[in-house]
Design a protein around this ligand. Structure first.
Ligand code: ATP
Length: 514
């Protein structure tokens, strides 16, 4: 645990030191769970967004992208169920005065049981070596089976109690499991209460005429209310999707873990409109497709897993998370939800407008069903950033800190470095930048010895360093150094662009999805 915490602290301080993420309004001591993306962070975030948009919108003929407003008519949130049901179950510890999400306390307890299972698996895998069959071990080892049954039973009971609004039972469960306040160790709990997560604000100049608004807690509703506009103007035929990226706001109670849980964050969502009855098939397809997208970035297959929900949201008939191994353990990165016709039917009811599709093959009109994929851009940022930050032991017994960001996402693709600040080398370096900057984000760096500049670029995540030396003046060549292997090659200046292009081109990365 201590190592995990330590690793996570390193991630946070590295993000600050290398210009990725700053605490919002830091000079006023910050604002809790609100962050600003700095010069490198803004580029990385933009690249992740583009990687998603390319895969979801540009490469799918039947998916289009929109950009709906953050403010929406307040009835939207009545129809969607957010006014009545977008709640988190809260519990306070009477001694420490700390407030927790009751479901998170229970999930953390279950995560500890799961960690025990992982430990048993690791032990057995060491003992049996190559002959180890994990599946069989999980199914037959009595201790592991007991752990798993216990974990399943707890989650099932919690899911049921939350679904039935039986908050007294959620409290009983916390007491029966003997869960203590992580801060104080006290087990002196209040009752569990519901707390609405939407931020309210007002529209209008005078107090009497002002209209109560909400900052949207998800981007999805901007798509649902535009469903018919997009379908008609785009002449879309079912099945088709509408995608968008944008800010969402939630008054999170337990806002912690850096950019994992923020009060203002960005979502990348896609709602896929389908014929009723085909939702199972599309749900499975999108689960598979989205996992492939993640795997294409090469962060390691072992760092992802699916978690099927026992506790379903009010709109869903099936839901799964893609979980990622963050520095603090496996946690939700993306959700795939089969939302039925809940949202469109609700908007029909509340607006009095028909939101139906005439299916020319079936020759009938219906309210489409929806399967959605919903990922937090900031969480994706944290997944990529934390996974990429590595300390490497080098042969000469030194270590280097290297941020092995997938080259396609790296904020800066190359740094151009004149070996010395004189003899016309800076001019050559600037000329190279003049040419490359039309294709890639590149920077110039002439400060410090070249070895130190390499280390700086390694830590900042720049995949290539291009060094201009005296030989460059004679034969128009430079050395190109690769961040991950630290190998250096002498190449013609005229080749540099195509070498970088080969490694950072989105096409070859996304083609790994198959
Ligand atoms: P959680 O259970 O972690 O609160 P959720 O199930 O409420 O998340 P969804 O409503 O399914 O999340 O939102 C879709 C995605 O948006 C999540 O998978 C996550 O990546 C992202 N997300 C949700 N809440 C936050 C937040 N407060 N900060 C950053 N990202 C978030």
């Amino acid at each position: 645990m201590a190592k995990q915490e330590d690793d996570f602290k390193k991630v946070i301080s590295h993000a600050k030191e290398y210009g990725y993420v700053f605490q919002s309004s830091e000079i006023y001591d910050g604002l809790s769970a609100v962050y600003d993306y700095a010069q490198n962070g803004a580029e990385l975030k933009k690249n992740i967004r583009e990687y998603w948009w390319k895969a979801m919108v540009n490469l799918n003929e039947n998916i289009v992208g929109i950009d709906a407003a953050i403010f929406m008519h307040p009835t939207t949130w009545k129809a969607s169920g957010h006014v009545d049901a977008f709640n988190d179950p809260l519990i306070d510890n009477k001694d420490s005065k700390k407030r927790y999400r009751a479901d998170v306390l229970i999930e953390d307890y279950v995560a500890k049981i799961e960690a025990k299972i992982e430990k048993e698996v690791a032990k057995a895998s060491k003992r049996f070596g190559d002959t180890f069959d994990k599946k069989q071990f999980l199914a037959t080892n009595q201790r592991v089976v007991d752990y798993q049954e216990k974990a399943d039973a707890i989650l099932k009971r919690m899911g049921k109690s939350l679904e039935n609004e039986d908050l007294a039972d959620v409290k009983s469960l916390i007491e029966e499991l003997d869960i203590a306040c992580p801060m104080s160790g006290s087990k002196n709990w209040t009752d569990v209460k519901q707390f609405n997560l939407m931020f309210g604000t007002k529209l209008g100049a005078s107090a009497e005429s002002a209209m109560d608004l909400y900052l949207r807690p998800e981007t999805a509703q901007g798509i649902f209310v535009n469903f018919l506009n997009v379908q008609k103007t785009g002449r879309m035929k079912i099945p088709f999707g509408i995608a968008q990226t944008g800010k969402a706001f939630r008054n999170e109670i337990v806002a912690r873990q850096f950019i994992f849980r923020m009060r203002e964050f960005e979502q990348m969502e896609m709602q896929f409109f389908i014929r009723p009855g085909t939702q199972k098939e599309w749900y499975e397809k999108w689960k598979e497709n989205r996992l492939k997208w993640h795997l294409s970035l090469g962060l390691g297959e072992e760092n992802y897993r699916f978690h099927d929900h026992d506790k379903l949201a009010h709109y869903a008939d099936a839901a799964a998370d893609i979980e990622f191994r963050f520095p603090f353990g496996f946690k939700e990165l993306e959700g795939i939800h089969s939302r039925t016709d809940f949202d469109l039917s609700q908007h029909e009811k509340f607006s009095g407008k028909k939101l139906q599709y005439f299916d020319p093959e079936l020759k009938e009109s219906y309210v489409p069903y929806v399967v959605e994929t919903s990922i937090g851009l900031d969480r994706m940022f944290l997944a990529v950033f934390s996974n990429s930050l590595q300390e490497e032991e080098l042969e000469n017994n030194t270590t280097r800190t290297v941020l092995k960001l997938p080259a396609v996402l790296a904020p800066t693709k190359a740094a151009v470095l004149p070996l010395v600040k004189k003899d016309g080398l800076p001019d050559v370096a600037h000329k190279i930048i003049e040419d490359l900057k039309w294709d890639f984000n590149v920077i110039y760096d002439e400060k410090d010895a070249v070895g130190r500049r390499y280390r700086r670029q390694d830590a900042a995540g720049t995949p290539f360093c291009i060094t201009v030396d005296h030989q460059s003046l004679e034969d128009q060549t430079v050395t190109i150094r690769h961040r991950d292997t630290m190998e250096q090659h002498r190449v013609a200046i005229s080749e540099v662009k195509s070498i970088i292009h080969k490694e950072v081109d989105m096409r070859s990365w996304l083609q790994r999805m198959g």
